[in-house]
Design a protein. Structure first.
Length: 442
């Protein structure tokens, strides 16, 4: 299993060429907009700002290198998924605002592909949709309920029977599935590295190896100098708690992944995923997979513990027990011990109410809290933040996540106890359903 400091994921180890370091901040600097974080959110914000106002001085500050965090490590699902259901959003904001947000997310899936093509970013974008398998009666009941709820809001979610589901993803024990066309599989590191080059071509300056110690209206403070700016944008996602004053803003929850060696044609004839559909199943614990452009399975899931005090450390990227569990899930799905060639992980950002947000207030902008659904949502956030900074009043700047403020997480030890208890409850529920399903089958 391979991972290194220079390439902390399979994705980052397979970008074109070495990950060359960009210069660090050389000293004090005056700009119009300072963005903290060179992942998807920060870079999309810079991209749309620079496109709309080429004369605006924009600097992006990054502690490591562009794409070091979740943007270079995720499952490569460019999807219209959102952590809060459309029904939950409708109850809080109304039916039409909820549907407008979901429509904007669907548009963002296509917008990512459009920009990648326009900028010559070869990120292996393939819009094959998502198939979520049902492999037990309880999972099938949840699938039917999801389709019924989606239909009540006019959303496109199809219930597949066992035959159609297996034709898309030939796993074992399939009883049915849900299918949505609104997802593209992609190579996440190729996207973020290509996006960094695209913003530089538009005149944006990216300073790597520049860790931010604090931010305030009008200023970003680093050990290498202070950046003064009219607008400061916080775009750190799972690394937000490392910033002074933000330890309880988001919980850094780790998601881990494995990737197989390239698999033979015979395997793919049996398993399918012919359009590179992303895939999962309806268990409670989140798992996610894709067929890569070079015929590997890249597969990940939750299950790693939350670390006391919202700590984020390189050692937490690797949890052997979780890697073994992911390999066991693949064995259960596809009936074989698949050759695991890579294993890695990293933190994602979870707000207390699971509601991502984007906003601008008193010269401070922010976006994030995607709960792992950030590949397309970060594009929407970047377009929205750019509009807010430019003073626009548009459909995007009026979406219900704009200006939302989640309450802070509880102080420790309550945070540690609560998050890890919830994880254990999910694992216990899935184990109970598996035992019940097996006893019924016998």
């Amino acid at each position: 299993m391979n991972a290194s400091r220079s390439a902390p994921s399979f994705w980052l180890s397979t970008v074109d060429g070495p990950i060359a370091a960009r210069p660090a901040l050389p000293g004090d600097l005056d700009v119009d907009v300072a963005i903290v974080g060179a992942g998807y959110t920060g870079l999309w914000t810079a991209y749309y700002l620079a496109a709309a106002d080429p004369g605006r001085r924009i600097a992006v500050l990054e502690a490591e290198f562009a794409g070091f965090g979740a943007s270079g490590r995720n499952g490569g699902w460019c999807s219209a998924l959102f952590p809060r259901s459309v029904a939950a959003l409708a109850r809080r904001y109304g039916r039409e605002p909820a549907l407008a947000l979901y429509a904007a997310l669907r548009d963002s899936v296509d917008e990512v592909g459009r920009v990648a093509a326009a900028e010559g970013i070869d990120c292996h974008y393939a819009k094959g949709g998502t198939v979520v398998l049902a492999r037990s009666p309880a999972q099938l009941a949840r699938a039917r309920a999801e389709v019924a709820e989606a239909a009540s809001y006019g959303l496109e979610l199809e219930l597949l029977d066992a035959g159609d589901a297996s034709a898309r993803c030939g796993a074992r024990g399939v009883l049915g599935a849900t299918y949505t066309p609104h997802c593209a599989a992609l190579h996440p590191a190729r996207l973020v590295r290509g996006l960094a080059e695209a913003v530089e071509r538009r005149g944006v300056r990216i300073y790597e190896g520049t860790r931010v110690g604090g931010l305030a209206p009008g200023a970003v403070v680093t050990a290498r100098g202070t950046v003064r700016a009219e607008v400061v944008v916080r775009a750190l996602e799972g690394y937000t708690p490392t910033l002074a004053g933000f330890r309880r803003a988001l919980a850094p929850v780790y998601s881990l992944m494995v990737a197989t060696a390239p698999l033979p044609a015979g395997f793919w004839e049996r398993v399918g995923l012919a359009r590179r559909e992303t895939f999962s199943d309806h268990r409670h614990l989140i798992v996610y997979g894709q067929r890569t452009a070079d015929d590997r399975l890249a597969f990940g899931g939750r299950g790693a513990p939350y670390h006391f005090g919202s700590r984020v450390r390189p050692g937490y990227d690797r949890e052997p027990a979780v890697f073994r569990a992911l390999q066991a899930v693949l064995r259960d799905l596809f009936g074989a011990d698949l050759p695991i060639a890579h294993a890695w992980g990293g933190p994602l950002g979870v707000p207390r109410d699971w509601m991502p947000s984007v906003g601008l207030r008193d010269g401070l902008g922010w976006a994030g809290g995607y709960v792992g659904d950030g590949v397309a949502a970060s594009n929407l956030a970047g377009r929205t933040l750019a509009g807010l900074i430019l003073g626009a009043d548009s459909e995007l700047t009026r979406l219900p996540w704009v200006g939302h403020r989640s309450r802070r997480w509880e102080p420790e030890p309550l945070r540690w106890l609560g998050i890890n208890a919830a994880l254990r409850a999910v694992l216990t529920r899935d184990a109970w359903e598996r035992r019940r399903s097996h006893s019924v089958a016998r």
